[in-house]
Design a protein around this ligand. Structure first.
Ligand SMILES: Nc1ncnc2c1ncn2[C@@H]1O[C@H](COP(=O)(O)OP(=O)(O)OP(=O)(O)O)[C@@H](O)[C@H]1O
Ligand SMILES: [Mg+2]
Length: 488
């Protein structure tokens, strides 16, 4: 029978903590995993156990750091014990998978059923498991498939509805993907335009090319930059954001490139610049359009050779950073006005991710609002929902401040609403936007009612103008002018 998880041979040191005697007989052993999968591992350990089979496992994954997890001993064999891990959290699982993938023997057999030569295929032709290990989505798909397999016979007793609940549980709770395709637990949206953004992030993240993120204020530029970093090989190295508009020009240079002690008045110590600090990771230059001309030239030079020269130093240091820049300004316009260097623009704009404004994201408006409503309700330990009027108001409002405005309005509503149902006024959305069409039709309605009432009153009063004026509560001259207006 095929395994449910890929297993590979490893030689990974592990510190095993065994509780043999209800806390009194704790023993520790430094040994190693000789094989490993996402669900457990084989440990080189003499089986000296009592009844308690729970073990603590501490191991250090190369490049990923130390992990401590709990597991249990399933069985003992002559050369060691087989362990099963208790629920690994998602982060530990993804990192473990990274390690397993690197240790896979990419020559021959299927790591599930051992059929030879299977690994050249995308799916094993004997056990049917997906062998496309290096695809970005492999682990997500695999976790889903193996979860369903583990349910095995039990699932036959489930109704379709139970099955959906389980799958939803896997998506949302286990894999934390839900509608947002695992870009980042916090990245919400399922409109076509935002799915397109997710797909671009997935494509560009594993490469090292610079990314230029554009979009109105509050559309998620920084979040996008983090998502790119998180999905890149650099994710365990620093992500260093700098807002070019928030730091005065003279300080920004020192902030980015660092300075030597005494390089200028006030430079009392050596300072490591952000480019050097981000070595191995990603630097995110927000509001790049605000960079002064002289810093634009310095940045361009840096991008050409990746050498940081501290202020006051005459030697440089090579660093390895990926640059992500963002702007809500129209850089092409700035170029045409001579405010932004064209050559720098082309260096930054190698891959452009354009974030759509919330008003163009259709159903995402309400998806975002509900997401933040749940989030803040949980944080404040209350239970709140939107009224139908609020849902309509959220859908018809344009959200000029984009996601940040959704966050602010929903947070305010959760705080100030007196009842558990949130009304448009709690969201500060109670004044419906007027469009010209409705104004015109209102006018038409008024005219037709006025005319109708005048005709009725004339008929009722046998065209006696004084009586008509009295019935309608207007003056006689007004009756005359209305007759003229409606040609009656
Ligand atoms: N799709 C999304 N799902 C959930 N939260 C989001 C989404 N997009 C943005 N946010 C949140 O909205 C807020 C604003 O996002 P962010 O700071 O990334 O926007 P920005 O485009 O950089 O804004 P600014 O131009 O004002 O700097 C943040 O709290 C961010 O986490
Ligand atoms: Mg920002």
């Amino acid at each position: 029978m095929a395994r449910l998880d890929v297993r590979c041979k490893v030689d990974l040191p592990v510190n095993v903590i065994l509780d043999n005697n209800g806390g009194k007989g704790i023993t520790e052993a430094n040994t190693k995993f000789s094989s490993l999968s996402l669900s457990g591992g084989f440990i080189d350990l003499k089986p000296t156990l009592g009844d308690n089979k729970v073990v603590g496992l501490r191991y250090n994954l190369p490049r990923h750091g130390e992990f401590e997890i709990l597991g249990e001993i399933l069985r003992s064999e002559n050369d060691g014990v087989a362990t099963r891990f208790y629920n690994l959290n998602r982060d530990a699982k993804l990192k473990l998978w990274d390690y397993i993938k690197e240790n896979l023997n990419d020559d021959i057999s299927c790591p599930y059923c051992a059929k030879e030569n299977s690994q050249k295929l995308r799916k094993c032709d004997r056990c049917g498991w997906n062998l496309n290990f290096y695809s970005q989505d492999y682990i997500i798909e695999h976790e889903k498939e193996s979860f369903v397999n583990r349910l095995g016979d039990k699932s036959k007793l489930f109704s379709l509805e139970d099955m959906y609940k389980v799958l939803n549980y896997v998506d949302v709770e286990v894999l934390k993907i839900g509608k947002n395709f695992d870009i980042n637990e916090e990245f919400v949206g399922s409109s076509k335009s935002i799915l397109n953004v997710f797909s671009m992030i997935r494509k560009v993240a594993p490469t090292d090319i610079p990314v230029l993120i554009t979009g109105e204020s509050g559309t998620g530029k920084e979040l996008t930059a983090m998502a790119v970093h998180e999905r890149s090989q650099r994710k365990n190295k620093p992500f260093v954001p700098i807002n070019c508009a928030a730091i005065p020009e003279n300080l920004l240079e020192a902030e980015l490139f660092g300075h030597e002690k005494g390089a200028f008045t006030g430079a009392y110590t050596n300072k490591v610049g952000k480019f050097e600090y981000a070595d191995g990771g990603t630097i995110f230059l927000d509001e790049i359009g605000e960079l002064s001309q002289s810093l634009q030239s310095k940045l361009l030079r840096f991008l050409e050779d990746k050498i940081v020269e501290k202020i006051g130093s005459n030697s440089g240091k090579k660093v390895d950073v990926r640059l992500i820049a963002a702007t809500n300004a129209d850089l092409k316009l700035s170029i045409s006005k001579g405010l932004f260097r064209k050559d720098l623009f082309y260096r930054l704009d190698v891959f452009n991710v354009a974030l759509p404004p919330v008003r163009d994201r259709g159903e995402d408006k309400i998806i975002l609002a509900r997401y933040f409503l749940n989030k803040f309700s949980k944080e404040m330990n209350v239970s709140k929902t939107f009224s139908i009027e609020s849902v309509n108001a959220v859908k018809s409002y344009d959200w000029p401040g984009n996601v940040r405005e959704v966050i602010n309005k929903v947070r305010r509503a959760v705080v100030i609403s007196m009842e558990s149902i949130i009304m448009p006024s709690d969201l500060d959305l109670d004044v419906p936007a007027m469009d010209m069409e409705s104004v015109t039709s209102l006018k038409e309605i008024r005219y037709s009612i006025e005319k109708q009432k005048l005709i009725e009153a004339l008929k009722h009063c046998n065209n006696n103008i004084s009586k008509v004026a009295r019935v309608l509560g207007i003056s006689r001259p007004s009756v005359y002018s209305l007759r003229k207006k409606y040609n009656i």
